[in-house]
Design a protein around this ligand. Structure first.
Ligand code: NAD
Length: 473
């Protein structure tokens, strides 16, 4: 497994020689190291990316598309290795890897083609004696910063549209989960010209900050927490670089009395506990009407009881560990505080023995709307359930958080579904389902969940600058 930075298509240790330990969350054991890079390493990578930019930007969309499709083909051929690395580094159950890798591969194929479909208004004589036309141009060097929950998939969402649009990229993966980004670099090494794609590992406060501060970085694209997004937005103000932020979520699951509680519970079992609930769109906040509430709590409790929980290497395991000891402590403390504040915690699973970071899939019943567990992201296998008296309260509570990434509404009344779809202040609203995503449709937040869209043609557009060219006749 590669454990060095990838700069200008060369493998390099950090200049200081410092490294971070990388841990398997299922055991707590160290599986390797990665460079603990600092500003000097980031500068090397940015210089390599800046040098590569003119030639990459000058390629035709078809040429870039062919290179990215070739990279996609190599990713496809490498899925087993990528899955194994990701599963070990994040503690993901092997049973959930297929979906994630299939989406990642499709994202690469989509973006490889999408760079050929940039749009603008028709050229024409909008002023007498002049012809106006629009160009969409790449920005330059893009700094991509990825989180640990879906390391390769989130890196893909940042890197692929930026490259497709003609930018060059310096990717900083999460300090906890760098290995699939380095594997991606290995696959790209003889497909992309030197410097087009670079990976620099390290901590947010050193390597991440250096990337955001670098004057030759034209744009920073971050997927991460609200706190990191705020820090990046603040720091980017100094150089006025463009910022693209995909931040946290607290997705409501709005359930009306005419919904089928068994269907909702089955949906929440998947969407609330997938990836140990470490998902920015996780169905983590159920708000139910008064008549369906009791049946829904019972059905959800039943589903959660049946979740195979534990060793992620076993083929049937549905929920494994959370990513780190710190994350485990955070989740446990939030649930403890919810209990102290009067909510009831339902769980039947028992965490496996050993050194892994396991938190049993749980339901927190009856927390207050203004309580911490309802207002803040838990990012663990924990779903809250609240009872609301009427449609107005359901909508008000659903919208009553700082986040605005994703929401779902469950009802058999089409008119009500449409009212809720319009009223919910979230970047995605599902009706009678929660979590399906595909490459063609945008993913992104309202409010403190950030700005800018991942996936879809809109993501590619974010990595371009619109230029008006006006020709006097
Ligand atoms: P995090 O904010 O701790 O770190 C994300 C990345 O940012 C890491 O690579 C980190 O090193 C870097 N970073 C942190 N502070 C930085 C700074 N000041 N300057 C530059 N870089 C910095 O997030 P995490 O714990 O890795 O990931 C979980 C978070 O990501 C959750 O809040 C989750 O909701 C969010 N997330 C959002 C989406 C989305 O699409 N909106 C998707 C996945 C995860």
């Amino acid at each position: 497994m590669r454990n060095e930075n990838f700069i200008g298509n060369q493998w390099r240790a950090s200049r200081s020689g410092a490294t971070d330990n990388i841990v398997n969350p299922a055991t707590g054991g160290i599986i390797g190291t990665a460079p603990a890079s600092d500003a000097a390493d980031v500068d090397d990578a940015v210089q390599a990316a800046a040098a590569a930019f003119p030639a990459w930007a000058a390629q035709t969309p078809r040429q870039r598309s062919e290179a990215l499709h070739e990279l996609a083909r190599r990713i496809g051929d490498d899925i087993e290795t990528l899955s194994a690395i990701e599963s070990e580094n994040v503690g993901k159950p092997v049973s959930i890897m297929e979906f994630e890798m299939d989406l990642t591969l499709d994202n690469w194929n989509f973006f490889a083609s999408a760079g050929r479909f940039l749009e603008g208004r028709a050229a024409g004589e909008y002023m007498e004696g002049y012809t106006s036309m629009l160009r969409r141009e790449p920005l330059g060097v893009v700094g991509s910063i990825a989180p640990w929950n879906y390391p390769l998939n989130m890196a893909t969402w940042k890197v692929a549209p930026a490259l497709a649009a003609g930018n060059t990229v310096v990717l900083k993966p999460s300090e906890l989960t760098p290995y699939t980004a380095l594997r991606l670099a290995e696959l790209a090494a003889d497909v992309l010209p030197p410097g087009v794609f670079n990976v620099v590992c390290g901590q947010g406060e050193t390597a991440g900050v250096a990337l955001v501060d670098h004057p030759e970085v034209a744009m920073v694209s971050l997927t991460g927490s609200v706190a990191a997004g705020q820090a990046v937005a603040r720091a980017s103000a100094n150089t006025l670089k463009r910022v693209h932020l995909e931040l946290g979520g607290k997705a409501p699951v709005v359930v009306f009395d005419d919904a089928d509680p068994a269907l909702v519970a089955a949906g929440v079992r998947v969407a609330g506990y997938y990836n140990s609930g470490q998902d920015c769109t996780a169905a983590c906040r159920v708000i139910a009407g008064p008549k369906v509430y009791d049946a829904l709590v019972a059905a959800l409790h039943q589903e959660v009881t049946e979740i195979p929980f534990g060793d992620p290497t076993l083929p049937d395991t549905e929920v494994g560990p959370v990513v780190s000891a710190e994350q485990l402590a955070r989740v446990a403390a939030m649930v403890q505080r919810a209990t102290e504040a009067g909510a009831e915690v339902l769980t039947s699973a028992v965490a496996p023995d050993g050194g892994g970071y396991y938190f049993a899939p749980s339901i927190v019943v009856g927390p207050a709307q203004n309580s911490e567990i309802v207002q803040r992201e838990v990012f663990g296998p924990v779903v809250t359930v609240q009872r609301a008296p009427d449609e107005e309260t359901l909508l008000a509570w659903a919208n009553g958080v700082d986040y605005g990434l994703a929401a779902s509404v469950w009802t058999s009344d089409v008119g009500r579904a449409m009212r809720m779809a319009a009223g919910l202040r979230f970047g995605t609203v599902w009706v009678n389902d929660h979590i399906p995503i595909m490459s063609e449709m945008p993913h992104g937040g309202f409010k403190q969940s950030g700005y800018g869209k991942d996936m879809s043609i809109y993501a590619v557009e974010h990595y371009t600058e619109l230029k008006h060219v006006m020709i006097k006749h």
